[in-house]
Design a protein around this ligand. Structure first.
Ligand code: ADP
Ligand code: DP6
Ligand code: CO
Length: 351
């Protein structure tokens, strides 16, 4: 008997960024964060987990290439915790098949660039946790699973929810209250759309994990950021509740700018944006200036994660103008086809 389950999770793009850990092992953040989970299929991780008596060790393939599951590492922690929950269930319900003791093969595919600043660790670790929770038929809630996903990659805890999602930093030393929750469902503000501008699909030079640790250790400006984020969390939650795009856009751009400022304030400095990223900022700025001069509100808001790729949020009614401007200044063949879509994730040889 082969036990197998597949799950998929979407990317989420933070508008209030998580950047800094107060506990690197449990992945407890220095500040709360808030994101929008993308609801289309363009940026997703799909993960298949299999338990079988013939397997001799836990193995994981990412985009067809085997990765090591390091003892005590993040993947190892997630697998260990989910397996322990399954073992508890098996102890409570003796007729459940004994699969907690079996080794696992896990294969995951991202249909977009991995480690390029498009939040692959968020969708990736969320899909891993979701696929193991499905394989083990765990009764745990999404919040419980978000606590586990958080220990795989902080931003992953938010990808287990759709719509507008907050990750509350929490105060407990053991991390029990550091988890994600939905602030508003996607349907609350369906007009809000996201345009993903892939500036580079190359793997970034500094991983988010290493980058934020260096910031915590060396950036004096981070202290100022930690002082202003709580009010931003409240203000942007209110803006979302009121579907107030102007306020949402102002806070989103300010937070992206401040996040990249603390990266620059890190020693040695971290540069995630490049010239094209900065040109996109200038373009959005100009579109907003013209829109306000014409007596309208802001047209769009940019935000950049730890990479050069832009995410532009705008109400659906403004999106044609945003796309036309991006297409005009950054012309490309096939600009709006998704070049990363794969039909079906193939399983690697040896799986
Ligand atoms: P990103 O900006 O893409 O989130 P990070 O530096 O935060 O970049 O994390 C990238 C790392 O996340 C990858 O090197 C890999 O270890 C892990 N990762 C990405 N996708 C997956 C996945 N589908 N399954 C498991 N791990 C993944
Ligand atoms: C800039 O969640 O990738 O995307 O917890 O070390 O895996 P680890 O880092 P990660 O950091 C995300 C940083 C960010 C902002 C955000 O998503 O909130
Ligand atoms: Co990441």
């Amino acid at each position: 008997m082969v036990y197998e389950a597949t799950a998929s999770a979407p990317v989420n793009i933070a508008v209030i960024k998580y950047w800094g850990k107060r506990d690197t092992k449990l992945i407890l953040p220095t500040n709360s964060s808030l994101s929008v989970t993308l609801d289309q299929d363009h940026l997703r991780s799909t993960t298949t987990s299999r338990a079988d008596a013939s397997f001799t060790k836990d193995r994981l393939w990412l985009n067809g290439k085997e990765e090591v599951i390091k003892e005590g590492g993040r993947l190892h922690t997630c697998i260990k915790e989910l397996r322990a929950w399954r073992a508890e269930e098996e102890a409570k319900h003796p007729n459940l098949p004994k699969i907690a003791a079996l080794k696992l093969h896990i294969a995951s595919y991202n249909n977009f660039p991995t480690a390029a600043g498009l939040a692959s660790s968020a969708s990736g670790l969320a899909a891993l946790v979701a696929s193991l929770a499905a394989l083990y038929e765990l009764p745990q809630s999404r919040s419980d699973l978000s606590r586990i996903a958080r220990q795989g990659s902080g931003s992953a805890c938010r990808s287990l929810f759709g719509g507008f999602v907050a990750w509350r930093e929490g105060h407990a030393k053991d991390g029990t209250d550091s988890l994600a929750e939905e602030v508003a469902p996607r349907e609350h503000w369906p007009e809000l759309q996201a345009l993903i501008c892939v500036v580079s699909d190359a793997k970034k030079g500094t991983s988010s994990t290493a980058g934020m640790q260096a910031t915590v250790e060396t950036s004096p400006l981070l202290q100022e950021r930690l002082r202003v984020v709580p009010k931003r969390m409240l203000d942007i939650s209110r803006a979302i509740e009121a579907r107030d795009f102007d306020e949402f856009a102002r806070i989103t751009m300010a937070d992206s700018n401040q996040f990249h400022a603390v990266c620059l304030d890190t020693t040695p400095p971290i540069f995630y944006l490049n010239d094209v990223s900065r040109a996109i900022i200038a373009l959005v700025q100009e579109l907003n200036r013209a829109s306000e001069a014409a007596g309208n509100g802001l047209l769009a808001a940019y935000t950049f994660d730890a990479g050069p790729n832009a995410v532009i949020y705008a109400p659906a009614a403004n999106m044609p103008a945003v796309i036309a401007a991006v297409d005009k200044y950054f012309p490309q063949a096939n600009a709006f086809a998704n070049p990363f879509q794969v039909e079906k994730a193939p399983l690697p040889a040896g799986f």
